[in-house]
Design a protein around this ligand. Structure first.
Ligand code: X8Z
Ligand code: ZN
Length: 606
């Protein structure tokens, strides 16, 4: 396929197979009965075309995301359309071979090829590609320009307010300032959804949501059931964390702002989308024993540059025995927000040529959050590099959740012990501070679970037509209340588009992958810690420096998507199901602590 667009895949974000140029490729015989040898030839020719077209499309997309202008948007749309055309044609052609007995690899590739949209009308195809490019640009350029004379603020600045301010008025202003921007592209999004569905239906899927759910080596129905099963597994832990957050936020903001029951206003959690809460750790931290250590202060205080931050990440991976990043990674990546042009700041990792031309694109600020995100992006990069010798259709994650989980797995090893080793912490906090550290991690990982689940619950309903444009916000906030226990801090706006204030909705990147990754990373972490010979509590394990763990990880990464994901999961962890138990085990001491705290806080609140 094309790039490892962690954010913005070509046609289909998850895309196993998306891609290019089949216009003249299909070598399948037009007459007579197709044979397995014909299928093999067809697949090889298709992969060759995809390689070429993919490189061009990736370059166009890279430039469009690095210089948002009408022209780069048009170029990105142009190559997007070529890709869609080629992918659609290849998918149709592939059907000729569906009933043949093929080698395991060819059968898998044939299946992957058919996981795509197909728009046979060139006008519709062009419109789809244009809207996709334009939505991405609209999100990237959006700014809040207050009417009271303050200068316009891009998302990064508004996020800073959400993370650092404790003044509910300021928080609300930043939150609302950003959520006022997305209605401008709501109409374009609804038209895009219609076109996308048309393309999914031409390929025989019920709608685009069903196509997305078809990419996990099981039926779409089984996948929905699997997501719900996993959510139910971890929900009790989320409930304990949410209850604890309520009491602490109530102490800070007062009973008028934070109710004792019912959903909590969404702007108080330190994050624009309420998806992670670690920025309000200072509000939630244990009253006694917690360490005051703050990695953001260290990075900012030392004026650590963006490049230095990425080098910490690289050194982690090389400590596992993985390769150094290619020189072109350093010369071609975008690490700092440029002052003189519009760029898409949402972090992403790219493999432009299917080989060594790997890059990340981020507007790095010296914060702990970004330090983690760097490790996340490098996980994509090391995955890309590991499977570069696979053929085109197998150059992808075992499933998209795997791709998202690798860097996060590494980031779980950023423990106080590790930070001390690399000189980012002077003195390790004493054992009393353990619970605070575990809480901080839960505010990132446990808080995220219902968000990770419910973004695509919303989109599945939008794509199936169950939720109409007039009800976008109503349904978005129903789901936010039901799963996350948060509410819109202001009344719904007429014809609003709050979902579109999230990058992955505007850029049409599927989101279930992050929910899966949130669970998978704990399974990987547990397996790699064991491999490294570690036997203590999971939350204190760092695999830094373990070449044995690195070898195990690399063995899985190298397989790309050449095997069904349960096989790949088994190879690394011995398990063949995604499972919430590793996460539950990791946070077990915290769950006990939270339930105890909640009892006391409840008594106090009465
Ligand atoms: O989009 C991302 C990464 C790039 S794939 C920065 N993440 C999700 C998000 O920001 O919403 C990582 C975690 C969830
Ligand atoms: Zn990612």
């Amino acid at each position: 396929m094309f790039k490892t667009m962690t954010k913005k895949p070509l046609v289909l974000a998850t895309a196993l197979a998306l891609s290019a140029g089949l216009a003249h490729a299909a070598e399948a015989p037009k007459k007579g009965k197709a044979t397995a040898a014909d299928a093999h030839k067809f697949i090889a020719a298709t992969e060759e075309k995809f390689d070429k077209l993919g490189d061009d499309a990736n370059r166009a997309d890279w430039v469009a995301a690095n210089f948002i202008t009408d022209d780069t948007e048009a170029l990105s749309a142009y190559f997007g359309e070529l890709g869609l055309d080629a992918a659609g044609k290849a998918a149709l052609e592939a059907r000729r071979f569906n009933s043949l007995k093929l080698s395991e690899d060819d059968a898998r590739k044939l299946k992957l090829l058919q996981l795509t949209l197909m728009l046979s009308d060139p006008k519709e195809r062009a419109a789809y590609a244009a809207k996709k490019a334009s939505l991405q640009g609209a999100y990237g350029k959006a700014k809040y320009c207050p009417t009271d004379g303050r200068p316009c603020m891009p998302l990064g600045e508004l996020e800073k307010v959400l993370a650092n301010s404790r003044d509910p008025k300021q928080l609300l202003d930043a939150w609302n300032g950003w959520h006022m921007q997305s209605p401008a592209y709501k109409k374009m999004y609804t038209e895009y959804v219609d076109l996308s569905n048309k393309g999914a239906r031409e390929m025989g899927y019920a709608d685009t949501g069903a196509l997305w759910r078809s990419q996990y080596d099981m039926t779409p129905e089984q996948f929905s059931a699997e997501m719900e099963r996993l959510w139910q597994q971890v929900k009790p832990l989320y409930d304990s964390l949410h209850e604890y957050a309520r009491y602490k936020l109530r102490e800070t903001y007062g009973p008028d702002v934070v109710p004792l029951t019912g959903p909590i206003p969404a702007h108080l959690f330190g994050n624009m989308w309420t998806q992670t809460w670690d920025n309000i750790y200072p509000v939630l931290m244990p009253a006694t024993g917690a360490s005051k250590f703050d990695l953001s202060n260290v990075l900012e205080g030392r004026k650590t540059t963006a490049k230095e931050m990425v080098q910490y990440g690289e050194r982690f991976y090389t400590s596992l025995g993985l390769q150094k990043l290619p020189d072109t990674f350093w010369t071609r990546s975008l690490l700092v927000k440029p002052q003189d042009r519009e760029v898409v700041c949402h972090a992403s990792a790219w493999q432009l040529d299917g080989k060594d031309d790997v890059r990340i694109k981020m507007c790095i600020r010296p914060t702990a959050e970004e330090f983690t995100t760097i490790h996340h992006e490098l996980g994509h990069i090391y995955y890309d590099l590991a499977y570069k010798n696979q053929s085109n259709l197998f150059r992808n994650g075992a499933n998209d959740g795997f791709h998202e989980a690798i860097g996060d797995t590494i980031a779980l090893s950023i423990t106080p012990d590790y930070l001390k080793k690399v000189g980012l912490m002077d003195q390790e906090p004493d054992a009393n501070a353990d619970m605070g550290e575990l809480l901080k991690r839960a505010l990132a990982k446990v808080a995220f679970l219902p968000f990770g689940y419910s973004v695509d619950k919303w989109r599945w309903d939008v794509y199936s037509g169950k939720t109409k444009p007039a009800d976008y916000d109503k349904h978005w906030w129903e789901l936010r209340e039901q799963y996350m226990g948060v509410k819109r801090p202001l009344p719904l706006q007429a014809d609003g588009f709050d979902a579109g204030a999230k990058y992955h909705v505007a850029a049409d990147v599927p989101y279930a992958r992050y929910f899966l990754a949130d669970l998978l990373q704990f399974q990987f972490h547990r397996a790699l810690c064991r491999e490294a010979g570690y036997t203590g509590p999971l939350h204190k394990c760092s695999i830094y420096g373990s070449e044995k763990a690195g070898k195990k990880l690399q063995a899985m990464l190298t397989m790309g998507t050449s095997k069904p994901w349960p096989e790949e999961l088994k190879a690394i962890s011995g398990e063949d199901k995604i499972d919430g138990n590793a996460l539950i085990e990791y946070f077990a001491p915290l769950k006990t602590w939270l339930d105890e705290q909640n009892k006391q806080l409840a008594a106090k609140a009465k």
